[in-house]
Design a protein around this ligand. Sequence first.
Ligand code: HAM
Length: 420
Amino acid sequence: MSTFQAPKGTYDLIPPESAKYLAVREAIAAPLRNSGYGYIETPGFENVELFARGVGESTDIVTKEMYTFETKGGSQLALRPEGTASVLRAALEANLHKLGNLPVKLWYSGSYYRYERPQKGRYRHFSQVGAEAIGAEDPALDAELIILADQAYRSLGLRGFRIILNSLGDKECRPVYREALQNFLRGLDLDEETLRRADINPLRVLDDKRPDVQKQLTDAPLLRDYLCDACKAYHEEVRELITAAGVVFEDDPKLVRGLDYYTRTTFEFVHDGLGAQSAVGGGGRYDGLSEMIGGPALPSVGWALGVDRTVLALEAEGVELELPASTSVFAVPLSEEARRVLFTKVTELRKLGIAADFSYGSKGLKGAMKSANRSGARYAVIAGERDLAEGVVQLKDMESGDQTAVGVNEIVAELESKLG
Ligand code: HAM
């Protein structure tokens, strides 16, 4: 029988590579934790309807990419393709918005699923860390989120990313623009499907990547020229706040996103070392989403950064993360008694917070030292019958190769002081 393989469009995170993913998640979460965001976790699946209404009936995500299924009980569920609708649903369900403490600021980290055509940087199972600030209309909140994402990327050592920014207007000005855009699109030479899209969701056409379509869009009306005064002022304030924070961004009046809930501020973090899948993260304001899923009016803003693509971006830039060695001390027993003695020492070291590992199984000295080497440990502690008879163990510095005898009763304190 042939062995199983990970499903198409998915991959496994395996040591030592997997440590990078943990470090990236941690680096993205750190500035959020430091800025009043509380951790939230929601189920991996939700009612299909939540995403259909939230993300948008006419989006690719909902029409083509959702993993939907019927349960044995007859419920229509979908694996979550994104986090925002779920987080808002959870916040509403828990009445977090009624606790008199708006905005409700939440962050999350998890797996998301989209049935996309797999390629480098685009997977069917991928990982995001996201943040949502629910229930406040305040340009400083939009700015805060953009600044925190910038800080997260910088803390990882990432430099080659750009922030692109746009405003998608609100329910006052967007419909006017929408109509102007539709009128423009109707005059173009477009295929059936694209014309249909122009009817249902004209802004999405702006995101069409085909060169022949893009060429025709050069003179398309821009939302920027249709923004109402309130949206204009709001956007100007966001721009000023992030500029004052020293965060560099580019205005992109053609930026549209693949999800329908956005209003006003929208942004993407793009990395030019990634080829076609250049967006490492994205987000924006979604003032109408709560009402779309049956809640009260709760203007909100958020983002999600893709962990997989962030790791690829780091690799593209050649950034080596400073990952702490997973093991500091590796114990190599050479007799039965030494096994018991060193196992006890390893347990003591671990209790002190020192990362220690042990040569399990019956390897000879050579095999065990190979394991010690592979573990990346700074020190090996080796003991055989003769050492123990003399009341010592051998402490080997794996960097210099120096080896010294240390008293059995002193070894833990000795390592603690060396590694402290
Ligand atoms: P999104 O732009 O669809 O936004 O996804 C955010 C990020 O997730 C992308 O920039 C990308 O890095 C990563 N990503 C998306 N799809 C894939 C894939 N198939 N393979 C690998 N990585 C992928 C959202 O999901 C919104 N919920 C963001 C948001 C939060 N807006 C407001 N709050």
